[in-house]
Design a protein. Structure first.
Length: 121
């Protein structure tokens, strides 16, 4: 997680604060904090994969342009997150490597491949 945030902040330092590309970095940091498992992918893409916050922002801007209503274009945070996941090749929320700290997992019944402490008593 720390490497991903450092890579994002390194790219943010190359842009002016509060620009669209800088805000993409903020959303990515929020995603990494929520789902530490995606941090390694983002860090790799930003440091060695040739991907940038500016290119990610272009994807969002293109989407907004294609979904204009008159002279107005808007991308919701959920839409932006979906686009960022596509750009960086990240799993969907709840998919592999997207487990957040503190998540709970479904409980199974004994004999269904789930280990129960009761089995040891």
């Amino acid at each position: 997680m720390d490497k991903a945030i450092a890579a994002i902040e390194a790219q943010q330092a190359k842009t002016k604060a509060r620009t669209a590309a800088w805000m993409v970095g903020e959303q990515l940091k929020d995603m990494v904090r929520r789902e530490p498992g995606i941090g390694a992918l983002i860090a790799q893409d930003l440091t060695a994969g040739g991907m940038t916050l500016e290119k990610a922002e272009e994807k969002i801007r293109d989407y907004a342009g294609k979904h204009r209503t008159g002279h107005f274009a808007c991308v919701t945070p959920a839409e932006a997150e979906k686009l960022l996941r596509e750009y960086f090749g990240l799993p969907e929320v709840g998919g592999p490597s997207s487990v957040a700290c503190g998540d709970t997992f479904p409980q199974g019944k004994a004999g269904e491949g789930v280990v129960s402490l009761e089995d040891f008593f």
